[in-house]
Design a protein around this ligand. Sequence first.
Ligand SMILES: Cc1ncc(COP(=O)(O)O)c(C=O)c1O
Length: 482
Amino acid sequence: MARHPRDVQLTLTLPPTGAALRHRIAEAIIDAIRLGRLHPGDALPPTRALAAELGVARAGVVEAYDELCAAGYACARPGSGTLIAPGADAAAAAGAGSHVSDRPTPVPDTEPTTAAPTWDLTPGCPDTGLISPDDWRRAWRTAAAAPIHPRSAGPTGHPELRHALAVHLRRTRGILAHPDELVLVPGVDSALRTLAAAADLAGRDIAFEEPGYRNARRALEMSGARLRPVGIDADGLDPAALRDTDAAVYCTPAHQYPLGARMPVTRRADLLARAAESGTLIIEDDYDGEFRYDVSALPALRSVEGGREHVAYIGTASKIISPSIRLAWLLPPPALLQRVHDALRRTGENCCGVTGLALAHFIESGALTRHLARASRTYSARRAALVDALRSRPALMDRPGIHLAGIEAGLHMVLRLPDRADDDAIAAELGTRGIAVPGLGPYRTDAAGPRGLMCGYAQLPESQADAVAGAIADVVGRHLDR
Ligand SMILES: Cc1ncc(COP(=O)(O)O)c(C=O)c1O
């Protein structure tokens, strides 16, 4: 900055906008900087002089100078008045404003205007309307009444939620975990990135279900791991397909995503035995393990003998509450725990402490147990209605290659289609009829992989199942007859 500020003869024209006077003066000065009429180090005119010249109240000029100082365009120096700050020319050229406009930002013309579907069967969306508003509000009131933490929680934070989750996991999934072994992350993809860093998976092979969960694939690939697709059958991932060179295997044994298989106990034991032998880390994504219908519970891999040493278990609030709250939990093998903490400290990924506290109260008060009981009953009825509605259409279901899969658990089923079916085109046409029901295309990397429609029923009222099934039967039938 110049030692003796240059006095400039400044002629300003205020923009004829409806903005407040201080904004208009500040904008005119930024314009003068942009046009090179004012340079860093120049002194702005005394406020009284500029006010007189512009014919405005002096207070408006004082406020404009304050605004320019706050935005970094100017700085007040005792004895020298207000000077244009270093770098103000670059900021003005880049178009940075001195304030946030009062006017609403216009919606760009290119904004997509897709109408909301009438029936949304996109999997992954629980019915949040089933959550008791009283219980939910009570949990948040308790969280809001707690003191605000002055720093972010970090990987060893959220003690209340880790404690509540340890109890929840024991009761609902048969998993024994000390609260200190649990790590909170803002989603399953974050858990996977963390595991990849903690277990040094970059550049190594990970056996990955094919077809499989797209976000998990992306998270692991972005961490530098080499994903090796492993086909699945009616029992999920086949342990015989594992290789000694697989550093890890990603699987969804409770309800294979997307096809819905439940991995039988014998296969679980086999998978663990093989992993123990080859030192492969099993990544168990238990995204919807809380929901099953008319079938007995299968133990989580983590709870099977040997699971504690070889399984990194991941659970999430996305299905039991909503994906919008961004909370998931990771239970790594004890040998990896410290490295998981270190990895999270390096990435800085963290969860909201207040949300964590609210969920902890929701669980501890018994509200989650009540919610899961109510939600399971509702989902069970919705699932049965959709299954019945589809099965009552022999013109659809009697075609070769068509059957329902994955109906025993979770929040979605798959209407499997013949290999020649263009499931994504069928899904697109159903979209035009107001039914969002994705095809399997986004989940397979093998173009010749299985065909089908992913039918999430969590938000589909029983009364609507028949209309949806009718439209699906109609569109699928016409596509297959072409
Ligand atoms: C297999 C699988 N894992 C995890 C999730 C949810 O993950 P998150 O906790 O990141 O919302 C989903 C959501 O649909 C899923 O399908």
